[in-house]
Every structure is written in C-alpha cells, then in structure tokens.
Design a protein around this ligand. Structure first.
Ligand code: DX5
Ligand code: ZN
Length: 213
C-alpha cells in the first residue's frame, strides 16, 4: 500500500518541516493538491510551490491537478518535479485528448494518472486503464480537505480492478482514515491519500502505519 499524505492539510508556513515529518514517519509519496478556482471552488498550490517542494522532498511528488486545461500546464508541472502527474477526466474535452496527455506525461518518464470525481461512473475511464500508471478514485467532491468519505464512490474500485492490468496503481483520495482505508483496500486499492487523518493526528507514525496495515 502506497501512502501519500496530502500537504493540503500541512502548515503552509512550514512546508519543509511538514514534508520531513511525514517522510520520517513512513510516507511513500507526498500528495500535492493543485487547484485553480475553476475546476474546483478553491485555489491552492501552483507551479513555483511545487518546484520548491521538490527541492526539499526525498520521496516522489504525487501531483493531483484539479484544474481546467491540464494539457496546458502538464509540462510545467513535470519541469517543476512531479514524479506522478494525475489529471481529471472531467477536465478533458474527449477521449483522444486524454490519450494524448497520458502519452505526453509518460514520454517524460513521469507516471501518468487519471482521476474521476464522485459522479463520474467507472465505465467512462475503462478505455484508458491499459495505458495509465495510476487511476485515482475521488471519494469526496474535490476542493477541500477534511470532508466525509463516500463509500459508494469506493465501490468503483471493483469495476476498475476487474478491467485493469494488475500493475495499475488504484489510488483513493478523500476522507481516508484507518477504517475507510481498510474498506478501500478490500475493494482493491493500492494507494491511499490522506490529509487530515495524517496531519491532524497526535501520532503521525501510527496514523501512517494504520493505513498500511
Ligand atoms: C481534495 C483533495 C484531497 C484532500 C484530502 O480535493 O484532493 O487530496 O487533501 O484530504 P482529506 O484526507 O482530509 O479528506
Ligand atoms: Zn488530492
């Protein structure tokens, strides 16, 4: 299980400290939530901050683009140091554009991820599973940390697993804690994103361990 703590729940005045904090306590990746105020009703991290995070992180940067026109900015985030670059199905015009962006990301030696919002059925993304490195299932409406996990969204993992090569990383994001993380693992998830559960915990090491267990 790949654990990717979301720095959206970290202290933005102490990002270096808060990256080290999760790295030394078992984080496999650092999840970077990029929001543009258009695709989602919130604005968070952009290209220069991602590049700064790259200078201090020793584990891979798992960049989650919640932006319109991801194809316009993908190369900038790759240059900034994204190791995994995930964009949203709903932000794209058609299947052809999605294939194009997946191939562009992979051509740079970066892992390509595609994400679906709660209302998007899993069937929509089945054509891309063979080419993707990662499929991200959102279990909250993207935009904010600290929301409640929606189990009916996690059920999509079953359909995805049935149709995907075993090498595909199936990641879940939104309202993940020890209990909801276990539900996702039972459905076949292989990576968990957690913001509040990790960063607001008094014992970060056991919080991360509980997600791996
Ligand atoms: C939500 C973001 C998530 C968020 C998760 O739009 O994509 O990564 O940080 O936060 P928690 O784990 O608190 O729900
Ligand atoms: Zn995210």
């Amino acid at each position: 299980m790949i654990i990717s703590p979301s720095i959206l729940s970290a202290d933005f005045a102490n990002l270096e400290r808060d990256i080290k904090l999760v790295e030394t306590n078992g984080a496999d990746w650092i999840h970077v939530d990029v929001m543009d105020g258009h695709f989602v009703p919130n604005i968070t991290i952009g290209i220069p901050v991602t590049a700064a995070l790259k200078r201090v992180a020793s584990v891979p940067l798992d960049v989650h683009l919640m932006i319109e026109n991801p194809e316009k900015y993908a190369q900038d985030f790759i240059k900034a140091g994204a190791d995994i670059l995930t964009f949203h199905y709903e932000a794209m015009r058609n299947d052809e554009e999605i294939f194009k962006l997946i191939r562009l990301i992979k051509a740079h030696g970066v892992k390509a991820g595609l994400s679906i919002k709660p209302k998007t059925p899993a069937e929509k993304i089945l054509p891309f599973l063979d080419e993707l490195d990662l499929l991200l299932v959102m279990t909250v409406e993207p935009g904010f940390g600290g929301q409640k996990f929606m189990e009916d969204c996690a059920e999509k993992i079953k359909v995805i697993r049935k149709n995907a090569p075993s090498s595909l990383i199936v990641q879940v994001d939104g309202g993940i804690n020890a209990e909801t993380g276990r539900i996702c693992r039972d459905y076949g998830a292989t990576s968990l994103v957690a913001g509040n559960y990790v960063y607001k915990s008094a014992d970060i090491k056991s919080a991360i361990e509980s997600l791996k267990a």
